[in-house]
Design a protein. Sequence first.
Length: 300
Amino acid sequence: MNVSRRDFLKLCGSSAALVGVGAKFSETPLGTTGKAVPTGPRYEYGVLIDTTKCVGCKTCQQACKVANGLPTDERPTGLSATTLCFVDMKNISADVSKPAIKPVKRQCMHCENPACVSVCPVGAIEKKENGAVAYDADKCMGCRYCMMACPFGVPKYDWNSPNPKINKCSQACMAEGKSKTPACVSACPAKALTYGNREELLLAAKSRISQDPTKYVPQIYGEKEIGGTTMLYLSGVPFEQLGFPAGLPLEALPELTWNVQSKIPVVLGTVLTLLSGIAWWTHRRQPAKHVPVPVQVEAE
Ligand code: SF4
Ligand code: SF4
Ligand code: SF4
């Protein structure tokens, strides 16, 4: 490929424009879609998941698949594009000869101030007023920024699709009047799951801890982590043993992710400029080589 000086200057111009846009973009506190990331308490519902009551029957996992039209004949080993709710059978014993299994239901935490929403460049993930963090596959372009931003590793890529996108629990099982309660909650035979107003769920969780302090660790996971989530957990063992990330900040993540995200256009522009320079340098016009002209011998 020959890159002329004019092409090189054009590429540099485009890259510089990208850098400029990036720099301008990084000044705004808004998300990439131009919409402000929702903050503060809203009219929200959530689910209290009492892991001490869970019996590991996986009825919730199966009910979720049915409600979302996903294959029910798999044996999932974790959350995936076709498993939006997964019951993790955690062995919390340090002694391999004496396993101690604690089942824990995992799904999207429906964060109060979701990092996935703040990084999605096309607005495919949206925090709803009812607390759900909804996902719209029709808008998703499969960039996977949300996968990198989520501190809980929730969005999963559909590697088997020719047009891969991500998938996650959107509480779509309740959308369009399908149900007033999530399918997983309705299905639980052990009453380990309670759906309701987040503030009331927090009061109920605190009451359970104070009434039985030997049964529970004195923490409601999701009350404060990364600014709070609408999925709240109670446990009888430290949450790290159940696979929850320890040491998460108590403030919301979008500001942290925004700091990284806002630099992407600048970095991209710089890389483009550099690559354009290298392409021009390696393909710049070479001095014409001497090509011998065939001697014409005229017939006598
Ligand atoms: S809320 Fe709905 S989509 Fe989410 S885990 Fe429960 S059943 Fe599945
Ligand atoms: S858990 Fe992850 S995917 Fe779910 S709302 Fe929070 S950041 Fe988004
Ligand atoms: S249905 Fe209830 S008891 Fe059964 S695995 Fe799910 S949360 Fe646990």
